[in-house]
Write a protein of this length. Structure first.
Length: 268
């Protein structure tokens, strides 16, 4: 569904992406994991054709994105950015309805019932139907993030790209969103989502791309990618990967108490 080949990008003399290679099959939930400044957001922008790449190609469903129009791109891929502020007092249901514009030939004033149902279903899927008539610009950052995820679901594209979709959410909503992404993948949507939480990547993803200094250094299953050696190489900090109730759990390699640092005992 998504193929990236020999992708390079830089800002002036600063190289950001260096020969990225990746191929995602339909129905895959892939986590993009790596430290700040490793090039994750830049990679997303190149995939979305928001940045022109000097070398390499990005293809969606076999089509080079360089040759796709804005409308064609919007029917192929939905994007959830890290944050979004609206300068206008749109209602939540209007923001989510904007996800339907690639499929609506008559604009926003004569809305087909199928599009209304898609909006209602997307709001319900994220659990924010009660916010439908609320003003988007009066919501908290976490609530706005839920609305953006709902908008992407309403867009009903075969590919969804999410840039830290749970960074502003409480724990309950973090798990809710990842479960929704898991379900979308099971239904056939290809999902590429970046996260700074190795546990989310390990718990929910089929596959993980680890990005460091503009290169993919690991491409594999969560078990292959989220390891003690990988975390240490990225962050120069020891950690432990244990199993609790059958789930892999990444924990710090020390426990702080009273200013002291000591080892954390393994479990399982």
């Amino acid at each position: 569904m998504l193929e990236i080949s020999g992708l390079h990008f830089g800002y002036g003399d600063r190289k950001v992406l260096r020969g990225i290679e990746a191929k995602l099959l339909p129905g895959t939930l892939c986590g993009l994991f790596g430290p700040n400044g490793s090039g994750k957001t830049t990679l997303f922008k190149c995939c979305l054709k928001l940045l022109a790449t000097p070398a390499g190609t990005v293809s969606i469903d076999g089509h080079d994105v360089a040759g796709l129009s804005a409308g064609e791109m919007a029917r192929q891929v939905a994007y959830v950015p890290q944050e979004h502020d609206s300068p206008f007092p749109y209602l939540v249901k209007e923001i989510v309805l904007m996800g339907r514009t690639p499929h609506m030939g008559r604009g926003l004033f004569d809305i087909p019932e199928a599009d209304r149902e898609a909006v209602a279903g997307a709001l319900d899927a994220v659990g924010i139907s009660d916010l439908a008539d609320a003003r988007y610009d009066q919501l908290s950052g976490g609530q706005r993030q839920l609305v953006l995820v709902s908008r992407a679901i309403a867009q009903q594209t075969p590919l969804m790209i999410l840039d830290e979709p749970t960074s502003a959410l409480d724990f309950d909503n973090q798990v809710r969103i990842w479960r929704i992404l898991r379900r979308l993948a099971l239904e056939g949507t290809t999902v590429l989502a970046c996260s700074h939480d190795p546990n989310h990547v390990a718990w929910f993803c089929d596959r993980v791309l680890v990005l460091d200094r503009g290169r993919i250094v690991v491409d594999g299953s969560p078990e292959e990618a989220i390891t003690e050696s990988t975390i240490r190489s990225l962050y120069d900090e020891a950690c432990q990967v244990s199993r609790i109730n059958g789930l892999p759990v990444v924990i710090p390699g020390f426990a702080g108490r009273g200013g002291e640092r000591g080892p954390v005992a393994r479990e399982g």
